[in-house]
Design a protein around this ligand. Structure first.
Ligand code: SF4
Ligand code: SF4
Length: 358
């Protein structure tokens, strides 16, 4: 049976089903793209066709009303075509250059900023937070909304030295891919799970719980006459994997959960190999609804980088050039004992390659 004859409602539709006609026509024959102004790009095809893109930022969690508004804009200017980027920006794709300005005016009237292209911050990719995930050590949407409000001018302009990518994950499971962002906001638990032995065997599969722990800290045990598990707390890294598979192993702790901040990650290969984010601030307590301490710290790091980095230098490249001691000095972040990785298995994460740079 051919691809087109396949009848199923499982999985996404074939990727080219909803491509705009101009993209279908020039598929695989695009020559280059240029940034015309903040939030606006043009892609040039070998055929001479031009595809204009207008990017606007969204808060990721969108109401049905906002989605209908976006669809109305796409119907009015783009033949009904738009796309969501992996960082939750909406991109409107047009072929008529004269429609760019009216489209931007309509999007701004709806309250969404246009930008996120070139040397700018793009929308902050984030996870579920208290809205939707039981493992969360911090909120996601609330923190991101406040940080993005403070940095919105850097989305709408292209005045930063290089690209700035910020991500938030609300626990160590890191659905938000925070290990490779210029600035990563990571929710952290700081205590091992509290096990409810009276219900564990009724609601969880003990072998699954044991297998869920990446550090082998959980083992089966008979406690007060009931089949349950015990946790070797020395081995626990508070990752919440066990809580993910077993609600009887609660990690949430209002007094000890909070936020850590990591810096210097990147995915791209440009100028430097991809880099992992490294710890900058070990702990900031949760302070909803405006998260002033997190906002202040992130804005400070961005401002110091923006004022001192060379053209196109990403956060990690800048820190590598000036050195970590200087980074802590310039940002005013205190270097504490928590910056030293003394976890039992830390050796596994140390760089042990013979590849040295001087
Ligand atoms: Fe957030 Fe962790 Fe849940 Fe992912 S698993 S949404 S990072 S709390
Ligand atoms: Fe293991 Fe993570 Fe649970 Fe700790 S929180 S016991 S490391 S699965």
């Amino acid at each position: 049976m051919s691809q087109t004859e396949r009848l199923t409602d499982i999985g996404p539709p074939k990727y080219d089903k909803y491509l705009p006609p101009i993209v279908k026509k020039n598929y695989g024959t695009w020559l280059y793209h240029e940034i015309l102004k903040p939030g606006v790009m043009v892609h040039m095809a070998e055929s001479g066709d031009k595809l204009y893109t207008v990017r606007c930022g969204t808060p990721r969690l969108l109401s049905i009303y906002s989605i209908r508004d976006f669809c109305d804009v796409a119907d009015k200017y783009c033949g009904g075509h738009l796309r969501f980027t992996s960082r939750h920006n909406v991109e409107f794709l047009l072929t008529d250059e004269s429609k760019i300005e009216p489209l931007i005016a309509d999007v701004k009237k709806l309250g969404f900023p246009v930008g996120g292209v070139g040397n700018a911050i793009s929308s902050i990719v984030h996870t579920q937070g208290w809205v939707h995930c039981h493992s969360a050590a911090t909120d996601a949407s609330g923190v991101v909304k406040n940080v993005m409000d403070a940095l919105c001018d850097k989305f709408e302009s292209m005045e930063l030295p290089g690209k700035l990518r910020i991500a938030l994950a609300c626990c160590l499971n890191m659905c938000g891919a925070v290990h490779c962002s210029d600035i990563a906001i990571l929710g952290i638990h700081r205590r091992p799970p509290k096990t409810n032995h009276s219900i564990l065997n009724n609601i969880c599969e003990i072998p699954t719980v044991v297998a869920a722990c990446p550090t082998a800290a959980i083992r089966p045990a008979r406690i007060d006459g009931k089949e349950s598990v015990e946790v070797d707390e020395e081995r626990c890294m508070f990752c919440a994997n066990c809580f993910t598979v077993c609600p009887a192993m609660t990690l949430n702790d209002p007094l000890n959960d909070g936020v850590s901040i990591w810096v210097g990650g990147k995915v791209s290969n440009a100028r430097h190999e991809p880099m992992f984010s490294k710890l900058a601030v070990p702990y900031i307590e949760n302070n909803p609804p405006y998260w002033p301490e997190v906002v202040e710290t992130v804005v400070k790091i961005v401002d110091v980088w923006a004022a001192n980095a060379r053209k196109f230098e990403r956060m990690g490249e800048w820190i590598e050039r000036i050195g970590w001691p200087r980074f802590f000095e310039m940002t005013g972040i205190e270097f504490e004992k928590y910056h030293i990785d003394d976890f039992k298995y830390a050796g596994l994460s140390y760089k042990r390659s013979a590849h040295l740079r001087f």
